[in-house]
Write a protein that binds this ligand. Structure first.
Ligand code: GDP
Length: 284
């Protein structure tokens, strides 16, 4: 299920420092990403490919059978995706509006991706990290009890829309399920749902409700593991293997690759941007 248009695999590029060097000097690579490419190899791998880093703790023959990585773009493709997420005069990245009901949602024709997860899972931090190349975008957070939680819509140039859905679980508004359920069922241009799971505690009861919802509506969705900087490597590996097994054996619509991320170290953020750019047709 590799995304179309992806060039040399990550591992092959790592074997060719000259290619990385050329890429870091290319005019099409942003200055920020050029600096990333100059990081020592191991740090670069950890930042761009957190799953590869986790896999290193498995016996070599175990790695081959697990197929943890299906989406494995080169740093070149990751650099192209970063450009899509970079705000410029020609690529406006803006908050559009908020809605409490689907019939109040803005009518945006572009492909859409949405982020759902339990309150406190790290959703606003992740969305802020994804939009760090558009520092003027304000990721609105309304967490005070009693405040109506809304769906927030963000436009990424002419490319796609990102929707921040209200958090569920503790303190979720009563009409939350109705709002999210209706959105997931009815939003025509919804391309992918990103379901956030805290990598420290794994899949919780309330996460299962969201998973069941995605399965019932036959939605394509992806599990993103948040806060990976908080776990030891051993704990993270255990969670990755457990959740990967769950995805392989108990789900139909879930993309068979997990996306571990940290909004603190930025590990996995560039890869997630690349995946979003790819599934919305912006890396073809
Ligand atoms: P939300 O309720 O899902 O939007 O969660 P927030 O983004 O507000 O995060 C909840 C808490 O987790 C906050 O204290 C964040 O600082 C913390 N947090 C979020 N992401 C990370 C992460 O990647 N690493 C660490 N260590 N803490 C995080």
């Amino acid at each position: 299920m590799a995304a179309p248009g992806l060039r040399l695999g990550a591992e092959r590029l790592f074997e060719m420092p000259a290619v990385l060097e050329r890429l870091s000097r290319s005019n099409s690579t942003s200055q920020a990403f050029a600096e990333v490419l100059r990081l020592p190899k191991q740090q670069l791998r950890k930042l761009l490919y957190p799953l590869q880093e986790v896999e290193r703790f498995l016996a070599p023959d175990g790695r081959q059978n697990l197929h943890l990585r299906i989406f494995d773009p080169s740093p070149e493709d990751i650099a192209r995706a970063d450009n899509v997420f970079t705000a410029t005069e020609r690529n406006r990245i803006d908050y559009v509006s908020s809605a409490v009901r689907i019939d109040h949602a803005p009518d945006l024709p572009r492909p859409e991706v949405c982020f759902i997860g339990r309150s406190n899972v790290g959703k606003s931090s992740l969305i802020k990290a994804l939009f760090s190349l558009a520092p003027e975008v304000e990721v609105r957070v309304s967490k005070k009890p009693g405040h109506t939680k809304k769906m927030n819509f963000f436009k990424v140039g002419k490319h796609f829309t990102v929707v921040d859905m209200p958090g569920y679980g503790y303190r979720a508004p009563e009409d939350f399920v109705d709002m999210v359920e209706t959105y997931l069922k009815e939003r025509r241009n919804l391309k992918r749902t990103f379901l956030l799971v805290d990598s420290v505690v794994g899949i919780q009861k309330t996460d299962n409700i969201a998973i069941e919802m995605c399965e019932e509506f036959a939605l394509p969705y992806v599990i993103v593991l948040t806060k990976i900087d908080k776990s030891s490597k051993g704990h993270l590996l255990k969670q990755v293997l457990q959740i990967q097994k769950f995805v392989n054996t108990k789900t139909q619509g879930c993309f068979p690759q997990l996306f571990p991320v940290s909004a603190v170290t930025f590990s996995g953020i560039h890869l997630l941007r690349c995946f979003i750019a790819s599934i919305t047709g912006n890396l073809d």
